[in-house]
Design a protein around this ligand. Structure first.
Ligand SMILES: Cc1ncc(COP(=O)(O)O)c(C=O)c1O
Length: 441
């Protein structure tokens, strides 16, 4: 690879997000190029991408259709005002997306990230009830250990303590149901855990506490990703859906990581056969190449706003870059790539190979659980006493040195490779990771 290697002369000014800045700046890890399944480091090494960037580069890297679409769009129409004006790529993209979404989910509101998609969905939920004359439904319910991005809405309904504790009072009127992680009963499950559907009943408890008539929406990730891959116990999502229906509460699936083929179906809603009222997506919508997020909503929700004088704006919400033309082009190029290569269902073909591969790490030092579904894997490590996160972070650093990109959260290693990964690359990933785990303190 002839990647240009640029000298970086000062690392100080950039305050890096979700990064141990001092550790990084003392020992920088720089990627300078990427193609298909590999990154190239500044010192010219190839690193196998075990995480699709940050769960986003589902089509792999440097894909020509996406690059060409971006180049063409930028040259033709770089920007059009997002409010009171339109451009064809936005309408084409929305129409293409709703062909992929579960039946009944047929409108798209564009944002620029998962966090914005979540905030948009929460606001739409509140405004929807108000538009229907049920403005007393102001409460939002999330779940412990949930991750819904970093906006105030997302951290309020989210349940990862370190993402919340520094930031004041957050949104009011929010509560959380319990998480579903249960190692005592479900450790080393292959695929969905057997035990724990009854944790959905915790939603009834929280609803009863506040009175159902005050609750606007429940938001959950079908698979909780950023907290370390927590899979829904068999039957759990169906029960959550039934409870929401019973009480007239909107159900929002945050599909920012599960969307666009991660489970071998376009969306987790398809995989589980459970249809929410709204879905939030980002990441895989452009294969990570250009920032974009979106809310997918049912027709009833959209229609509830389409009343009153026609010259009036129906929803006072949107972003300067909602449906940015270049982002739309990237998304269209991405959808073309997914369609041509069958990537939205490819994980289904690889799932059992992947499952066997990741579970082959059972028995290695400190491994207390292995989980998998579709092309997602997680290896939970016993934390070093008194030093949580250190063991997994050390695995991350060692894997990088050995030419493998993994992601860690707490003491959990999360794997989510691009959907183009080959079986030989799965073997390589697992062998390298196994070598790393054997050397951990
Ligand atoms: C489920 C979920 N929701 C929301 C987000 C936030 O997305 P973004 O980082 O694009 O704001 C993420 C990011 O990982 C996510 O996993």
């Amino acid at each position: 690879m002839n990647a240009p290697i640029r000298a970086t002369n000062n690392l100080e000014a950039f305050w890096m997000p979700f990064t141990a800045n001092r550790q990084f700046k003392a020992n920088p890890r720089m990627f300078v190029a990427a193609k298909d399944m590999h990154y190239t480091t500044a010192d010219g090494r190839q690193v196998l991408d075990g995480t699709a960037g940050l769960w986003c580069c589902n089509a792999g890297h440097g894909r020509p259709k996406i690059t060409e679409a971006i180049q063409k769009q930028a040259a033709e129409l770089d920007y059009a005002p997002a409010f009171q004006m339109g451009h064809p790529a936005a309408f084409e993209l929305a129409s293409r997306l709703v062909q992929l979404t579960p039946q009944g989910i047929d409108h798209v509101f564009f944002a620029n990230s998962g966090s914005e998609a979540v905030d948009s969905a929460l606001k739409i939920a509140l405004a929807y009830h108000r538009a229907r004359g049920e403005g007393q439904r102001f409460r939002l319910i999330g779940r412990e250990r949930g991750y819904h991005g970093v906006g105030f809405g997302g951290i309020s309904v989210g349940g990862i303590v370190s993402n919340r504790k520094m930031f004041g009072t957050l949104l009011t009127g929010v509560d959380h149901i319990r998480h579903t992680h249960d190692l005592s009963r479900n450790a080393f499950s292959r695929g969905l855990p057997e035990h724990g559907a009854e944790y959905a009943e915790d939603l009834e408890r929280v609803i009863a506490l506040h009175d159902p008539s005050t609750i606007a929406a429940v938001i959950i990730e079908p698979i909780a990703g950023s907290t370390g891959v927590l899979l829904p116990p068999k039957g759990y999502l169906e029960r959550i859906r039934a409870i929401c229906d019973k009480h007239g509460i909107l159900l929002i699936f945050d599909e920012v990581i599960t969307g666009f083929g991660r489970l071998g179906a376009p969306f987790a809603a398809d995989y589980f056969g459970v249809t929410p009222d709204m879905m939030t997506v980002a990441k895989g919508i452009t294969s990570g190449v250009i920032p974009m997020g979106a809310v997918f909503a049912k027709k009833e929700i959209y229609d509830a706003f389409m009343t009153g004088p026609e010259h009036l704006i129906e929803l006072f919400h949107g972003y300067t870059y909602s449906a940015n033309p270049v982002a739309c082009a990237a998304a269209l190029g991405t959808l073309d790539t997914y369609a041509e290569e069958g990537l939205l269902t490819r994980a289904a073909d690889l799932a059992s190979y992947w499952e066997d591969a990741v579970h082959s790490l059972k028995g290695l030092p400190h491994v207390i659980d292995i989980r998998n579904l579709g092309l997602i894997g997680a290896i939970e490590l016993e934390p070093i006493a008194g030093q949580p996160t250190k063991r997994a972070f050390s695995a991350f650093l060692k894997a990088y040195e050995k030419g493998l990109l993994i992601r860690t959260t707490g003491d959990i290693i999360a794997l989510s490779p691009p959907l183009i990964i080959s079986k030989a690359q799965i073997d390589e990933l697992v062998t390298t990771l196994g070598d790393v785990l054997k050397t951990l303190d």
